[in-house]
Design a binder for this molecule. Sequence first.
Ligand SMILES: *Cc1c(COP(=O)(O)O)cnc(C)c1O
Length: 378
Amino acid sequence: MTTSEIPAIEIPRGLQPADGRFGCGPSKVRPESVAELAAVSTTYLGTSHRQPTVKRVVGSLRTGLTALFGLPDGWEILLGNGGATYFWDAATFGLITTRSQHLSFGEFSSKFAAAAKAAPHLEAPLVIASDPGTHPRAVADASVDVYALTHNETSTGVAMQLSRPAADGLVLVDATSGAGGLVWDPAQVDVYYFSPQKCFAGDGGLWVAACSPAAIARIEEISAAGRWAPASLDLKIALDNSLQNQTYNTPALATIFLLDLQVQWMLEHGGLAWAAGRSAQSAATLYGWAESRSFASPYVVNPAERSNVVGTIDLEGVDAGVVSKVLRANGIVDTEAYRKLGRNQLRIGMFPAIAPDDVAALTTCVDYVVDALGGQAA
Ligand SMILES: *Cc1c(COP(=O)(O)O)cnc(C)c1O
């Protein structure tokens, strides 16, 4: 469909959300954070990452995340360049000793499994898959030393409760889209890693990993055993730099600043419970709306597996792609379904930075568009 073919539907300004960004990453960056970044444009941006000005922000970020997640003594926040995708590669070098087990239930969770499978120094991973829109369960297995879980599968809008499958083995959780918007218990996890451009309303290009003492010990152990890793993906090098509030090579200073501000924003308002509560409120609004409409329904059938941070809504009798295009023409962006899922669907980011009132306004706008397209918006 070309621009000229998008139905000319103008959504009344009074119905529209205050902020039209509903993407699942990069996602809404709070304008207040960008203003604060502008305020340090000559004192922070463009200054050395090896000097106190920047190291203080990295330190604040590491302390802030420790408080936000309520991490026990001995946990460390590691960070490095490249985002969660690079962390998968780093983990194949520095965290998996011989064999990993992966829960695969969508685009992102399948990718770490593929990285482990391709690593010539590891045994073939055990992959437990389930249909999109559901999640599988981990199975205790003495042959694996890492269990790889995904807190929130961003491609499908499925979230899972995190629990340790066995007494032995490290639990690695890809929390890229869940961290900061979903609660979790550090007792059930060893590595909780993510990128900043989802719940943390920052920009991409960085990975952050909260690591338990057992995970730190594994990193030290594999490094001491002399396994080769490219320096940029070497978790022992990342560990040593992180402890000094630095990264191995130059990071994007704006990314770190925005991430730190979002962590402080969450802490100021009451911490993770407050941030997760905002997403839970948005989710209740979105799924409740979808269930009450004849043309919409939540894609994830089991309410317990529905994500509070990424909502997927199937549409019937109306083309979701057209709805998204009309919304986009009205400044309401990134409601498109995950392309490879191939469904007639809207996918809505409900990260803590996205106001619950704006999610409610979005549902009103979808009603308006469906009605204007000749559907049954009631
Ligand atoms: C976005 C996302 C990733 C990829 O993050 P990058 O920063 O692009 O590497 C990985 N896992 C999940 C669950 C995601 O949502």
